[in-house]
Design a protein around this ligand. Sequence first.
Ligand code: ME8
Length: 523
Amino acid sequence: MSDSPFYVTTPIYYVNAEPHLGTAYTTIATDAIARYRRMTGNDVRFLTGLDEHGQKIAQAAEEHGMSPQAWVDAIAPTFKDAWEMLGISYDDFIRTTEERHTRGVQAFWTKLYDDGYLYQGHYEGWYCVPDETYWTGEQLADGACPQCGRAVQFIREDNWFFKLSEFGEKLLAFYDERQAAGTPFVQPETRRNEVVSFVRQGLKDLSISRTNFTWGVPLPFAPEHVTYVWIDALLNYITAIGYGSTEAGELEMFERYWPADYHFVGKDIIRFHCVIWPAMLMAAGIEPPKAVFAHGFLLTKGEKMSKSRGNAQTPASLVERFGVDAYRYYFLRDVPFGMDGSISMEAMVQRYNGDLANDWGNLCSRLFNMTEKYLGGITPAVPDVTRQTAEDASMRSIAENLPATYESHMTRLDYASALESTWELIKHANRYIENAAPWTLAKEGETERLAAVLHNALEAVRIAALFTAPMMPYTSAEVWRRLGLGDIAEVTDISASAVWGGLPEGSTVSKGEPLFPRIYEEA
Ligand code: ME8
């Protein structure tokens, strides 16, 4: 157990539309590690928020006949509501229109200006508004944005530039150094090559300001320019923890939590996070984050799911059908974190009925029922270890190995494997009950053995609830309540809590409703 700080962030999402399955995916994945690290005793800071400036947002506001501020104020609650619905345990929610952010952005660019990293120049090139990205003529694909395929606009402006080209060698050395230390900056490994080869091709200086619209943070030394939305947005990771403030408490927070342990992002925004962001920080003399983890895309019928393609479903419709924990479970269990993953209603129904209704829900129901029927709903004494059977020992050993196995998967953010190893215990407990047949023991009056079997199986349930909690917090809390245990949210040393034999004698178990009632209709 360690109380060391653990700072983790999601991207700050554009408020051009409401949250969808893709943005929810990154946010749930970030939430799962934040919840787990709280259970390992870390001092967790989990930041999410909104990217509210830029041309794309100004355009969205205009299309809706609203001022940009009125528009972002109208959309922001839809994100907060969605995250509440999905059980996202963020500690801070930053909006780039907040004063604390604007102040930090201005402090940052003033420093780079003073230190000679900025110069005025002329920009000519192509711009993709939906991606808020600059492209050269050679980079375009058939005259369109090479990333999203949409139309680009030609820009000709006098802008301010950041000397990004000076950072190529430094970045390459930095990636190597982190790699050699066994703490890679770009994760997963498959994404590293993309970043390294991009930097090796040579970096161009980056235009950091725009003058053809005003919805952004003015550059303090040239207020007729607003900062380019990306270099405004990236700074949220430090402005949210006090960068740019003069208050002692805020500055202490920055000292405590920076550098971030992880920025969670989708692979679409890896260059911004793995090239531009560390270069900006290096220029300002700030240590880059410990790691950026870029996950894959959720695909529906082979296409990236996105707002603009119109194939994005709402999280609310799925939560309504499956419940919040099953929703979280599906995405973390079925899509290997880091890779693209096809998602479908069929697969979701299958996972729900198989893993949740049959395995986990059923284990809990049958055990809670039997505890009531055979033991009057009271947990039995810890069984006499000298009378332990081979079956008892094997379930105990699976449970005892789980904390270390689970930790090693979670350290690599491999949620699917972490869940799979928890499911070994759950499935084993179901088989254990089948083999031990408490109903026969009851009929034959074998009361001591009956109590021992139920204790062991209940103990497996208690431990499984601990390790499913980062992914399915509500169900785990409910299972603990039904076992008559305390608030699972108070667990700060999961390994100690998972020690075999922790279920106290004499606590009252309640049956309750099925945790995951079967879903009958397919798709
Ligand atoms: O890029 N599959 O915001 P954004 C998986 N404001 N994840 C997906 C996804 C999909 N189909 N679609 C979106 C921005 N995402 C900037 C970020 S950070 C300083 C600024 C997720 O609203 C994924 O995390 O376009 C992706 O990187 C992010 O949403 C893009 O969100």
